[in-house]
Design a protein. Structure first.
Length: 194
């Protein structure tokens, strides 16, 4: 049976909006619970006996405990995602990553969104001679595009075929890497996963 999702947050878009958008973009139904005043006060714990707060991801196997525990949010904050009335996830980033994984956002980005975007960028590059996006020297546009490529090149989610069908974009990426001032910066910069 497909899972049932309940997203709890205040009436605002706030931190929950990216999560609502992720569900909407995946075409996935979810209960969009909006809490205010007393209903939030009842959901927010006033002591630490709710669940093991060391964990962002709490699953309750015991139904009696679950029905008691699921009346409250573990950290006393929202957004909060409840799955099948038995698993609660809090922390916006953790919920977003969970939804993206569940609905294969990485895959769609790679197979559907990126090729369209790359085709557009390849056309721009081509029309401008292939080396820079605008004009005849390095600009903000080039570095913004380079930075995006740099973040996704080598990403496991994007896959090894990232530049398949887009030689011009690969060449652009490598050319910017080789520009002497950029090269010397890249050689010294600190490692980072993001
Ligand atoms: N680190 C948390 C922060 C969550 C947070 O600050 N939630 C606020 C609303 S944006 C909240 O629940 N405030 C009500 C309260 O603390 O009683 C996340 O990223 O989800």
């Amino acid at each position: 049976m497909p899972a049932k999702y309940k997203l709890s947050y205040f009436e605002e878009r706030g931190r929950a909006e990216i999560l609502r958008l992720l569900f909407a973009g995946a075409g996935q139904e979810f209960e969009d619970e909006r809490l205010t005043g007393d209903s939030w006060a009842a959901f927010k714990p006033n002591n630490n006996d709710i669940c093991d707060v060391q964990f962002t991801f709490c699953t309750y196997k015991d139904n009696i405990q679950a029905s008691h525990v699921l009346e409250k949010t573990p950290y006393g904050q929202m957004p909060m995602l409840t799955i099948d009335s038995k698993t609660m996830i809090n922390q916006t980033g953790a919920i977003a990553r969970f939804i993206a994984r569940e609905f294969e956002y990485g895959k769609k980005l790679n197979t559907e969104v990126l090729p369209k975007y790359f085709a557009f960028m390849a056309k721009l590059l081509n029309e401008n001679g292939g080396k820079y996006l605008v004009g005849s020297k390095l600009s903000l546009a080039d570095l913004a595009f380079f930075d995006m490529l740099d973040k996704i090149t080598g990403s496991k989610v994007m896959g090894a075929d990232l530049y398949k069908d887009f030689d011009g974009i690969k060449t652009f990426y490598e050319n910017v890497q080789k520009l002497p001032k950029i090269k010397s910066y890249l050689e010294k910069r600190l490692p980072s996963d993001l």
